[in-house]
Design a protein around this ligand. Structure first.
Ligand code: AGP
Length: 611
């Protein structure tokens, strides 16, 4: 996810564009840039810097840009490392057109090859750069917006763009498909932005562009059309948000926003990875197929929530790929006498890609000859640069310290990798893979159903927010869910919470059960359902207070426990993708009820870059 801002009016553009970028920094912050039309010269002058927006600000202090038409961008890299050369804006061969982009151009390689053949000069490794060269190709004696429309008709993927050009210095063009873009309508000035926070201090009159729409702005006018050039009437709405509310898009906390983003992120990941013929597509995983065919074991290494994702991955990889799969937390893995070698594939899972113990773990593994694939959310992070292959989760910046959308994106990536590996090793017939893919594709809609039920989950949470300790019980693929649910609660509400394999109850934890302890029992329809029911009966008979997570229609559990949060029926293997939503919301609402700082809980950091 990246942030885009554009301005056209009478006022100096630079300051407003910079402030707008800072308001969008939560969307990405690995590099940034700005282009402003310099009056008289009319060419777009560009300044770019890698690193946070403060680096660009420093550059502009020394070499500022004067002009009142401009565009700016803060990047969350998807293609091409977060370097200055890959930072946006990107320009055409003659540096007369400047463009910023948020999204992923899926067919950029084909387009780039064609444009190179036609003599275009590329300066970056990004997918974005193909758009500005396509516009250049068509921008011959036609208006800028027509050249933009022609170019966008050739790209597949997602885009929100802002474009300025020397030939028409009094024009700012925007367009979107698959990525958000809004128009801010001012008095004698107009704005473009990825999101309202960037421009709310200047205007609250907002036009939300819809799919495949183009906006043509001058300082005093705003015209909207579709990609075929047909005029569109789109009224402005008045947004009565303050800035902070807008960055959270109206949610009270980033964590709640990120919980609600999960269906869309999983859907986008599935669209990106699954080709038309239902084959899973991991071109950048980086390990030679022959190598993958011959690995003898897999070792998963990760911390915290990423470790819980790895535990689910163990079930998926062993059941689908028939490969012995081991797992350990990174801080233990790195100090063990590791029995791994060139026949071992190490899967390192990390949202940030900067976790010190995980980095140390893969360095040990590589010394022993293992191949390393990282499943990571931050392009260009240390882990990705030290791995042999990378699978990006494309969940966008996760601001809440408690990991939510990154976790379900990691699970999705692992399921897809298991399908890919099973296919490469010819373990599972294609028709079974296709069936699994179909069932995985149903998950985002099922998650939406759970999210429609948030008020009920909030009420259940409030009824249990006074308990001084929680026990989370699960079995098989939902044993990791029990661990994840307990971690979510403890890290944002500070309530002691323990996740346990339910079959372990009689080996100790059952001594804890009494009416002062809440017990979350994860009991969806599964091959271990009856066992979970027995656990529930044992807890009931000792007056434990139970919250059950169960499959819709299960009246039996309702009778047994009284408090049930239902999830839709799904393939058991994928149930962790559904079960975790009530667990995340339970933790969130209990923490809010207790007045905790949900997005920045005490003592924690988003990324543990020290041991
Ligand atoms: C999860 O909610 C925590 N914030 C924490 O356990 C986190 O998952 C862990 O520190 C690993 O971080 P990483 O995924 O960036 O490596």
């Amino acid at each position: 996810m990246c942030g885009i801002v554009g301005y056209i009016g009478e006022r100096p553009a630079q300051g407003m564009l910079l402030t707008g970028l800072k308001r969008l920094e939560y969307r990405g912050y690995d590099s940034s840039g700005i282009a402003v039309i310099i009056p008289g010269k009319n060419t777009p002058s560009v300044r770019k810097a890698s690193g946070k927006i403060s680096a660009l600000e420093k550059l502009l202090k020394a070499r500022g840009l004067k002009g009142s038409v401009g565009i700016a961008h803060t990047r969350w890299a998807t293609h091409g490392a977060p370097t200055r050369a890959n930072a946006h804006p990107h320009t055409d061969c003659e540096n007369e057109i400047a463009l910023v982009h948020n999204g992923i151009i899926e067919n950029y390689e084909v387009l780039r090859a064609q444009l190179l053949k036609e003599g275009h000069l590329f300066r970056s490794q990004t997918d974005t750069e193909v758009i500005v060269h396509l516009i250049e190709k068509f921008y011959k004696n036609i208006p800028l917006e027509d050249a933009v429309r022609k170019a966008l008709k050739l790209v597949t993927g997602s885009f929100a763009i802002a474009v300025i050009a020397k030939q028409e210095p009094d024009k700012l063009v925007g367009a979107r498909s698959g990525s958000p873009l809004i128009v801010g309508v001012g008095k004698g000035e107009n704005f473009l932005a990825s999101d309202a926070p960037a421009i709310l201090e200047h205007t609250k009159e907002i036009i939300f562009l819809e799919e495949n729409e183009v906006a043509v702005l001058s300082k005093g006018s705003c015209a909207i059309m579709d990609l075929n050039g047909k005029a569109v009437i789109r009224d402005a709405v008045r947004l009565n948000w303050d800035i902070e509310q807008a960055q959270k898009q109206g949610y009270k906390h980033f964590m709640l926003k990120e919980i609600n983003e999960q269906p869309r992120i999983i859907e986008a990941l599935l669209d990106l990875r699954i080709q038309k013929d239902s084959r899973v597509f991991f071109k950048e995983q980086g390990i030679a197929l022959e190598k993958l065919k011959n690995i003898k074991s897999i070792f998963i290494v990760a911390c915290g929530t990423a470790y819980h994702a790895g535990l689910v991955g163990k079930y998926a990889l062993e059941s689908l790929c028939k490969i012995p799969t081991y797992i350990d937390v990174s801080s233990e893995f790195r100090y063990r006498d590791l029995l791994i070698d060139e026949n071992t594939l190490v899967l390192a899972i990390s949202q940030s890609g900067e976790t010190a113990d995980t980095l140390a773990g893969i360095r040990e593994a590589k010394k022993l000859g293992a191949s390393v694939i990282s499943i990571c959310n931050v392009l260009g992070s240390t882990l990705t640069r030290e791995s042999d292959g990378v699978i990006y989760t494309h969940a966008g910046p996760e601001i809440g310290v408690a990991s939510t959308k990154a976790y379900t994106a990691q699970l999705t990536a692992i399921y897809l990798f298991a399908f890919y590996l099973a296919e490469v090793r010819d373990i599972v017939p294609q028709n079974k893979i296709n069936k699994l893919i179909e069932e995985l594709r149903d998950i985002p809609a099922k998650q939406e159903e759970i999210l429609k039920n948030q008020d009920t989950i909030a009420r259940v949470s409030h009824r249990h927010s006074h308990f001084g300790s929680f026990l989370y019980l699960g079995r098989n693929v939902n044993y990791p869910s029990a661990l994840e649910g307990a971690l979510k609660l403890k890290e944002i509400s500070y309530i002691p919470a323990e996740g346990y394999a339910a079959g372990e109850m009689k080996h100790g934890p059952i001594a804890l059960i009494d009416e002062y302890r809440a017990v979350v029992c994860i009991a969806p329809e599964s091959k271990v359902y009856e066992k979970m029911v027995s656990n529930i009966q044992e807890i009931r008979s000792r007056c434990g207070k139970i919250i059950a997570i169960a499959t819709e229609g299960d009246a039996n559990i309702k009778e047994l426990t009284g408090e049930v949060i239902y999830i839709p029926k799904c393939n058991e293997l994928f149930s962790p993708l559904l079960v975790v939503l009530p667990l995340q919301l339970l933790a969130y609402h209990i923490a809010v009820k207790r007045g905790c700082d949900v997005d920045q809980p005490r003592n924690l950091a988003k990324s543990v870059t020290v041991e």
